[in-house]
Design a protein around this ligand. Sequence first.
Ligand code: DDQ
Ligand code: CA
Length: 246
Amino acid sequence: MLGPVGAPALADTIPVYDITVVHTYPHDPQAFTQGLLYRDGFLYESTGMHGRSSIRKVNLETGRVLQQANLPADVFGEGMTVWGNELFGITWQSQTGYVFDLASFKLKRTFSYPGEGWGLTQDGKQLIMSDGSNELRLLDPATQREVRRIAVTVNGVPVDQINELEWVNGEIYANIWQTDVIARIDPASGNVVGWIDLSGLLRAERKQMGPDDVLNGIAYDPASGRLFVTGKQWPKLFEITLKRRA
Ligand code: DDQ
Ligand code: CA
């Protein structure tokens, strides 16, 4: 059932967490969600697909887009994080990152990196970026240079397809692409220390949705402890709580 876990992990002792939905909010079903974060009362979201990649400021309760900037039509938007008064967004295969002013959404500059860009978050010191492999890159926020990497494994077996990211209480939460699972990663060791099973979300609606419309997008509000999740072109966004499966 836990797709990415694989044979070694099925017999393992990694804790599994079930979810409870506390609140359900509307989400733009046109938003191919690639990045999600919460900051000072608002959701910020980045979206993908060529020709409709964007960054947005979103009202949590209504799902309304309050502010938006579009990426060039030839890039495919991916993860996004906030650093100071700037939003950093990356792209799938263009090897280009975009830095926007948080308040005005004006593009300030771009940066480049090798390989693919998938997810992005930050831990207060460095940017943390995924690229579809099992390695997370730590980037210096000032220079966007790679500082080091974290290899993510479960019982020594690499866990790849790591997508959208969120820094939550000293752990990295990571969507595993094309699964209903979020990995909880210990940043010090790269070990997966928990699996969150989200297979119950949007069960009825997803029968009508496409194969690319996967779970993607984790946001955390440290002030209230609220955890939000959504997916690509999902009509809803959820606030959830976790409970360890006995
Ligand atoms: N990624 O976000 C997992 C990195 C890529 C998702 C790509 C989904 C395929 C959509 C089809 C696009 C054709 C260019
Ligand atoms: Ca996130």
